[in-house]
Design a protein around this ligand. Structure first.
Ligand SMILES: [Zn+2]
Length: 206
């Protein structure tokens, strides 16, 4: 990341030993090796007891992100009359993802054409986890899948699940996620394990 980008998005404060966003929220800068080590450790430590630990961590983080975003937008747009759920889904999701992109989680494009049926797609380019854990047999971005499940669950006010249909770490051109009702996501996950492509799965669901 260039120093100019760092200056725009992040404000280092050596006296506090902290790095903050322009909004004041604290964050950490870590090398890719740290992400690799963290994932390997969590897999080894929790694979049997809690295989979906990363996914659930992402889910919880997105809920907290959305609560914070709701308050930020309320302050910005209209006080008590502001209603996040009356706003355009793409605007809300893009606004939610923006700081994650700035922080290195990758550029995200949402496809919400089937949202009336509770189904959404998200494509990520240059995501940190896929970059760190390249050369995998299966999708590895479980934390990110959890983020999407949490954000969509919050915005749709009903339980949504997510799965990664293709991953850069296992040869995909982008990391592509499906978000939707549990039964839909379970079907898609079964198809992916049978070797059906992300494009074909999306065609079946749209
Ligand atoms: Zn991925």
């Amino acid at each position: 990341m260039s120093s100019l980008v760092r200056q725009i998005f992040f404000q280092p404060d050596p006296s506090q030993g902290s790095l903050r966003r322009a909004s004041g929220q604290r964050l950490a800068a870590v090398p890719l090796d740290f992400l690799i080590g963290l994932h390997l450790h969590l897999y080894e430590r929790f694979a049997e007891k809690s295989p979906d630990l990363l996914y659930r961590s992402g889910y919880e983080q997105a809920l907290q992100d959305m609560l914070r975003l709701n308050e930020e937008l309320r302050a910005q747009y209209g006080g008590e009359s502001f209603d996040l759920w009356q706003m355009d889904a793409k605007f809300i999701l893009d606004t939610w993802w923006e700081p994650l992109d700035e922080a290195g989680w990758g550029r995200c494009t949402f496809d919400l054409a089937a949202l009336t049926r509770g189904i959404g797609f998200a494509d990520i380019e240059a995501g940190a986890i896929a970059e760190a854990l390249g050369n995998a047999e299966h999708p590895v971005c479980h934390f990110v899948a959890g983020l999407f499940a949490g954000a969509f669950s919050f915005f749709e006010r009903t339980e949504r699940h997510a799965t990664e249909l293709q991953c850069v770490a296992s040869g995909g051109s982008t990391c592509r996620f499906l978000i939707g009702p549990g039964s839909v996501v379970d079907s898609a996950e079964t198809w992916r394990q049978e070797g059906i492509s992300a494009v074909e799965i999306a065609r079946r669901l749209k």
